[in-house]
Design a protein around this ligand. Structure first.
Ligand code: ZN
Ligand code: ZN
Length: 382
């Protein structure tokens, strides 16, 4: 891989229009500032994939010189920007390292430019002018950027404070959610993983056990989201590990609140869903029952329905857990256990219905649960 602007060729060919006459969208601007004085505004967009609208992950270049995440362009036959045949995909590790640096700097465009400029300056002092093209780094501002320096920037933990990790985690979470929304699950999974690592560093630096509820909860949620991405990628073992990590983090919480208990139950249910999907029904039952136990222990279940919205939500979550247990018990031919759960769920569905405001999200949820309950009852009696 030669050094230099990863967008140089695109910029040079931006005038060419494909044969079908499709308009070529505005070319990404070189994040290192070539040909532009408004660098800070363009760094983010230059590092963003047009397909998933998130920062590039495992970027590749098409034969028509357009850049995409590998996962975004691989299923396509035509370039999503210019419509040309994609041809061979060339890995772009240099671009990926720019993205890594950008993320490491929390998407701070001026800091990103400063880091690139510092590298260029360092390279021009100690560098080897003329090595590639006979033009020194200080003249071009590009040849001097050696990506080999990247690990030093990333792993320079001696100058990384807790606050940096906190900010980094927030930005990485934003990146992960963006990738997830854009459908690039591999990118999202990797970014949730990095977010988790930053948060763990931050939580550990803030003091060993017990962790704060906030840290436990966030780490639990992030591992759970990472697990969902891995599951969608078909990486069931990785997904299982993520859901288990989520449970481990949530259990670190010293005095679990209702919110933590809810998150814990959700992670047990996700683990159960995963095992259900893999036809390991016995393990799924175990996970669903864990979730149900947590909810029964934690929530104060009103016998005549909730007094307020919080109660209604709690009751609906509990009913969800009961229906999951009933479903898996029935699948395991444990009709008696399934029947018991369905009877209790039915009673609770009836008792809570009077406390639900018409048109509320709770009403929709109640209806979904009721439909599922009716279906399950019919199956049980069949
Ligand atoms: Zn993409
Ligand atoms: Zn193209």
């Amino acid at each position: 891989m030669q050094g230099g602007c990863p967008f140089a060729f695109s910029a040079a060919t931006s005038g060419t229009t494909p044969a079908d006459g499709a308009a070529v969208p505005e070319m990404p601007v070189c994040p290192m500032g070539f040909g532009s004085r408004k660098r800070s505004k363009t760094a983010q967009s230059a590092l963003t994939c047009t397909r998933c609208d998130a920062l590039f992950f495992d970027p590749v270049k098409t034969e028509c010189q357009h850049y995409f995440c590998r996962a975004c362009i691989q299923p396509c036959t035509d370039c999503l920007i210019c419509g040309a045949d994609i041809g061979t995909l060339t890995p772009e590790p240099k671009l990926e390292e720019l993205v890594d640096l950008f993320m490491e700097l929390c998407g701070d465009a001026p800091a990103f430019e400063a880091a690139l400029a510092a590298r260029t300056a360092a390279e021009s002092k100690t560098g080897t002018p003329g090595e590639e093209s006979g033009i020194s780094a200080s003249e071009t501002g590009e040849n001097g950027i050696t990506m080999q320096e990247q690990p030093d920037v990333q792993r320079g933990s001696t100058h990384v404070s807790d606050k940096d990790d906190e900010a980094r985690a927030n930005y990485l979470l934003e990146c992960a959610l963006r990738s997830m929304a854009g459908g690039n699950m591999a990118a999202a999974a990797a970014r949730f993983g990095r977010c988790r690592a930053a948060l763990e560093r931050s939580a550990s630096a803030a003091g060993d056990a017990p962790w704060s509820e906030d840290a436990s909860c966030r780490l639990g949620d992030i591992c759970g989201s990472q697990g969902i991405c891995e599951q969608r990628l078909g990486n069931f073992d990785a997904a299982e590990a993520c859901f288990k990590n989520s449970i481990t983090f949530l259990k670190k919480c010293p005095a679990p609140s209702a919110q933590v208990a809810h998150a814990l139950a959700v992670s047990h249910n996700k683990l159960g869903d995963l095992h259900f999907l893999r036809s390991d029904l016995v393990q799924a039952r175990c996970n669903y029952r864990d979730a149900l136990d947590i909810r029964q222990r934690t929530f104060d279940v009103p016998s005549k329905g909730g007094e307020n919205d919080a109660d209604v939500t709690a009751v609906l979550s509990l009913i969800t857990s009961m229906l999951k247990v009933a479903d898996v018990e029935e699948a395991l031919d444990s009709h008696e256990a399934a029947s018991q759960c369905l009877t209790r769920a039915g009673d609770m569905l009836a008792s809570v219905s009077g406390c639900i405001a018409p048109g509320s999200p709770e009403e929709a949820k109640h209806q979904t649960l009721l439909d599922f309950w009716l279906k399950s009852m019919a199956a049980l009696e069949a």
